[in-house]
Write a protein that binds this ligand. Sequence first.
Ligand code: ZN
Length: 312
Amino acid sequence: MKELLFLEPVFTHNIWGGTNLKDKFGYNVEGNDIGECWGISAHEHGDCTVVSGEHKGKKLSELWKENHELFGEYNSERFPLLTKIIDAKDDLSIQVHPDDAYAAIHENGSYGKMECWYILDCKEDATIVIGHNAKTREELADMINNGRWSEFIREIPIKKGDFMQIDPGTVHAIKGGTLILESQQNSDITYRVYDYDRLSNGKPREIHVKQSIDVINVPAKDVADSIVSTDNLEKNALHQLISCDRYSVFKIDVDGKMDFEQTYPFMLVSIVEGTGEIDGTQLKKGDHLIIPFNYGKVCLSGKMVMIASTPA
Ligand code: ZN
């Protein structure tokens, strides 16, 4: 049987970061401004290392190039996906991402960014920014150019376990006190639409007005189509939360025992709650791994919640 690939995450320090990744996920990392845990990543700004087994010590980007049999027939120049946990102690700036076509032209051949969020934890009465209220591109440009932010920004209530797809062109932002797991394309291209007029080292951070007006979808997707609850899903089953043209994402709520056949080229898995086992190897909240190509039957046991993804 092929080996599972367990990965050592990479952490980022951010002005809006906090200590939840240490306190709630048990990661051994210094600092009180840890914003992101890149749990499964081969990006040049954070390339995860395999922690055990035959490939111990190798970077995920190296495996992609040198041991491609682990990933089957899936061919792309770069590893296609990235899984992060984000701890926002403060509000994040309001952002939008380009699609592949726009990024290829304007960002030096980079991928665009499609992403989705699973809410791991949030305050009571928490909200998230998703979409906007402009009806036409002219109105969008006017709202952005003239700082009509209270009219522009659309905030929606959220709770733990909510899931949302964020297509390129979707305005979005996490508010302080929210912890999310993000499954995304392997890209770091972000356009900042609005930063709440905050200063960083005495100066406002750069705002990408032109790119934002270029790429924001108008009108925004309906509120009702923006968020789905994942409460009350049947336990011990692989539940697809989204399938789009870049990835599929699944939730698995293990309570006791289950198994499933890994029929995808490969699967990225993050444990977001609890403890258990995968084919005899212990798992705990905060672990990240890849189930390689042609792995076959996966046996899970324990009491844990997993979010998994696979490229489209
Ligand atoms: Zn984003």
